[in-house]
Ligand binder design. Structure first.
Ligand SMILES: *Cc1c(COP(=O)(O)O)cnc(C)c1O
Length: 339
């Protein structure tokens, strides 16, 4: 037990050690059972593929406290399946879906006191990841792997309610059409650091990546997926093999169609056709939805709903999704995993 009182309302997104992490090792062709550990350091060979050749991937999800004090997870099986696809892509062994979900539940349970109270907007962030380990200097898949999960309490992204932020397009590419853009691997993030830094220096929240081949279509908004609401109320989101398939995005598509009765389209979104959208946003686990105030492309600024206020459809999507995640609104079947 930690005896430090946590100020739930003022949490950011900073690392802190919690009670336990989960750790499982893959050796001689199989995963061990895995265990919880107090140690927040990992000892690996200096010749690990994860350190030199980027053979690693990760996931991100959250545990939520409901009104009656229970703890629940959101679509954890989808994170497990996405991690399997990331592993397939860079030749790492899959973690079975059940093992993944059980391990997340175990580590959240062991850190129960760090799950923020209902109503604070804070949540417990869960970070599963896999790294190639063992002695390997040549470029080839590692002989051994570590699957690990740590957790930390994180604050609400928007302290004073949902407020729009502005983005700028970048000339840099995050991922190539036949590359690793759809896998949640660290290399894509290394490729994004410089573009992010330059966007922030220009006064924007982050950059918008266009498709690497033609630089005409929207791909990702920083490390989040893009969506727009057209003037006739259609939820539109880009379709591309180099976008990371966001679980938040697919959940919003479901909500738009089945709860809000909207039409939903996954298709090309041209950067020169932003006029068709009355609202736009970026979505992902960390911020849920970031309303987009404006996008600047080639020195021209396009404002969506408003640079100060969130639009009504974006707000409704946000409230419905957060309501489901925190247990205030009944979830579609199979979305919630009780801890
Ligand atoms: C993780 C991630 C997202 C968001 O995915 P969620 O499943 O919604 O959290 C979007 N883009 C990139 C590049 C990501 O790595």
């Amino acid at each position: 037990m930690s005896d430090k009182k946590i100020d739930w309302k003022n949490l950011g997104f900073d690392y802190q050690k919690t009670n336990k992490s989960f750790m499982s090792v893959y050796k001689d062709g199989e995963w061990d059972e895995g265990e919880l550990t107090d140690d927040n350091f990992i000892r690996i060979s200096e010749a690990s593929t994860s350190l030199h050749y980027g053979q690693q991937c990760f996931e991100g999800l959250k545990a939520y406290r409901t009104k009656d004090g229970e703890i629940q997870l959101f679509r954890t099986d989808e994170n497990a399946k996405r991690m399997q696809r990331s592993c397939d892509k860079i030749l790492m062994p899959r973690v079975p879906v059940d093992k993944f979900v059980d391990a997340v539940k175990k580590v959240v349970k062991a850190n129960e006191e760090f799950v923020p109270p209902y109503g604070t907007g804070a949540t417990l962030y869960v970070r599963p990841f896999m790294i190639g380990t063992g002695h390997t200097v040549g470029v080839k898949p590692a002989p051994e792997y570590i699957f690990r999960i740590f957790v930390l309490p994180v604050g609400s992204y928007f302290k004073g309610g949902l407020s729009p932020v502005d983005f700028v397009t970048t000339e840099y590419d995050r991922a190539a059409p036949q590359g690793t853009g759809a896998a949640k691997v660290g290399g894509n993030y290394a490729a994004s650091l410089e573009a992010h830094k330059e966007a922030v220096e220009k006064g924007y929240a982050d950059c918008i990546y266009l498709d690497a081949k033609t630089h005409t279509k929207i791909e990702e908004v920083g490390a989040a997926n893009f969506f727009g609401i057209t003037k006739d109320n259609v939820f539109v989101t880009p379709d591309s093999p180099s976008i990371l398939p966001s679980i938040t995005k697919y959940s919003l598509m479901y909500i738009a169609e089945n709860v809000l009765g909207m039409k939903v389209e996954e298709r090309d979104v041209l950067i020169d056709e932003l006029d068709e959208f009355k609202e736009a946003g970026a979505c992902g686990t960390a911020a849920v939805i970031t309303p987009i105030g404006a996008i600047t492309h080639k020195d021209k600024e396009h404002v969506f709903y408003s640079k100060e206020e969130v639009g009504p459809v974006t707000k409704k999507l946000y409230e419905t999704l957060v309501g489901i995640q925190t247990g205030d609104i009944e979830a579609p079947e199979g979305w919630i995993f009780k801890v």
